[in-house]
Design a protein around this ligand. Structure first.
Ligand code: F6P
Length: 340
C-alpha cells in the first residue's frame, strides 16, 4: 500500500467540495435560470451536449433528464464525433452545450466554433471564464471556478436542463428535484466524513483486482462511465468497462464466474429492478462484486440526484483502490506527457 499525503493529491477533491458546491448553488442557479429563460423565449427545441471523458459523461446525465421530463430533443457527442459527423439539424433553433474543465480540449473547441458558425445558441460549461476559448467564444458562459468538477458540471447541467423544462413543460417532479438540490452539500459532507474508512477497507479487500466491470442503469449510467472507465483507467490504471443493467443479459452474463469482478451502482429510480436482477445473477454464479446502493446513501434526496450523491463514496473508493494497488492517481505516463 502506497503511503501518500492525501492533502497533496490533486485527484481528491473532497476537501474543497462543500464550499465550492454551496457557492455554485447560490450563485450559479439564478444565472443559469436567466439562460434557461432565453432558451424558452427563443423557442429552442433541440440541444446537443459535447464534451470528452468526464466532461462527456455528464452530458449523458443531462440527456437522461431532458428525455424523461420533457419533449425537447437532445443528444450527447464526444468532441470528434460532433466535428466529424456534425448533426444536420444544427441551426438557430438548436442549443449546443460544450463542456470542458480546461476550456481548451481541441475537439471541444472545434465543436464550439462549428456551432457558432452554424448560428446555434452556444453555452459553455467551463472552470474559468478567461484565458480559454470556451470561456471567451461561447454566447453564454457558465463558469464555476472550482476543483470539484464532477459536482459542478452536473449542477450546471441539472440547473440548465431542469430550469429550461420548468419554463416550457413544468411538472411537480422537476420542482421536487430542484427543491432537493440545496440539501446536497449536507449529504455530501456526511459522506466525505463517514465513507473514507469504509472505502479503505473495501479497497483493501479487492486490491488484487486488475480492474472491474461497472454495472448501472438510468441516472447512474453517467457516473458509472465516469468512475468505471475514466477514473478506473486514467487515474487508477485499472481495466474498466461499463455495462448498462438492461444489457447485462445480452452478452455480459456469459463471463460471470468466480474471480470476475463487478461494481454495482444500484439506484432507487424505476430501473432499480433490472440492476438488482443482474446483481442477483452475479451473486448466484459467484462473480466477485461490490455494491454501492443509493437506498443507503441518498440521505432522502430525489432518485435522480444519485450521480451527484454517490460520487463521494466512489471517489473515496477509487482513491483507496489506487493506493492499495501502489499507484498514485495523479501519475500519468501518456496523457499530456507524450504526443497523441
Ligand atoms: O474537461 P476537459 O478539460 O476538456 O478535459 C477532458 C479530460 O479530462 C478528463 O475527463 C479527466 O482527466 C479526461 O477523461 C479527459 O481526457
Amino acid at each position: 500500500m502506497l503511503h501518500l499525503d492525501k492533502t497533496k493529491v490533486d485527484f481528491l477533491v473532497t476537501s474543497s467540495m462543500i464550499p465550492e458546491v454551496e457557492t455554485f448553488i447560490r450563485e450559479g442557479q439564478p444565472k443559469i435560470a436567466g439562460i434557461a429563460q432565453k432558451l424558452a423565449q427563443q423557442k429552442i427545441g433541440r440541444v446537443y451536449f459535447v464534451g470528452c471523458g468526464s466532461s462527456k459523461a455528464v452530458g449523458a446525465a443531462a440527456k437522461y433528464l431532458i428525455g424523461k421530463y420533457s419533449t425537447l430533443v437532445s443528444n450527447v457527442y464526444t468532441g470528434w464525433e460532433f466535428v466529424d459527423h456534425t448533426p444536420r439539424a444544427l441551426d438557430s433553433s438548436t442549443a449546443v452545450v460544450v463542456i470542458s474543465h480546461s476550456g481548451t480540449t481541441e475537439e471541444v473547441v472545434q465543436s464550439l466554433r462549428k456551432a457558432n458558425q452554424a448560428g446555434a445558441v452556444t453555452i459553455s460549461v467551463v472552470n474559468k471564464k478567461e484565458g480559454n476559448p470556451l470561456g471567451e467564444e461561447a454566447q453564454f458562459v457558465i463558469d464555476y471556478n472550482a476543483h470539484a468538477m464532477w459536482e459542478c458540471h452536473l449542477l450546471a447541467l441539472y440547473f440548465l436542463s431542469l430550469q429550461w423544462i420548468r419554463e416550457v413543460e413544468p411538472s411537480q417532479e422537476v420542482e421536487q428535484i430542484l427543491a432537493d438540490i440545496p440539501k446536497l452539500p449536507g449529504v455530501l459532507a456526511g459522506h466525505i466524513d463517514s465513507f473514507e474508512e469504509k472505502a479503505l477497507k473495501l479497497a483493501e479487500s479487492v486490491s488484487s483486482w486488475k480492474g472491474f466491470y461497472t454495472v448501472a442503469a438510468g441516472p447512474l449510467v453517467s457516473l458509472a462511465y465516469k468512475e468505471g472507465v475514466i477514473t478506473n483507467m486514467e487515474f487508477m490504471w485499472g481495466h474498466g468497462a461499463v455495462i448498462e443493467s438492461g444489457e447485462f443479459r445480452h452478452g455480459p452474463l456469459e463471463i460471470v464466474e468466480p474471480g470476475v469482478p463487478f461494481v454495482f451502482l444500484v439506484g432507487t429510480d424505476a430501473s432499480r429492478h433490472i440492476t438488482e436482477r443482474a446483481l442477483r445473477f452475479v451473486k448466484k454464479y459467484k462473480g466477485e462484486h461490490i455494491v454501492f446502493d443509493y437506498q443507503e446513501l441518498s440521505g432522502g434526496l430525489h432518485p435522480d440526484l444519485a450521480p451527484m450523491v454517490m460520487f463521494v463514496p466512489l471517489e473515496w473508493f477509487s482513491y483507496y483502490f489506487a493506493v492499495a494497488r501502489d499507484h498514485n492517481p495523479d501519475d500519468r505516463r501518456y496523457y499530456g506527457v507524450v504526443e497523441y
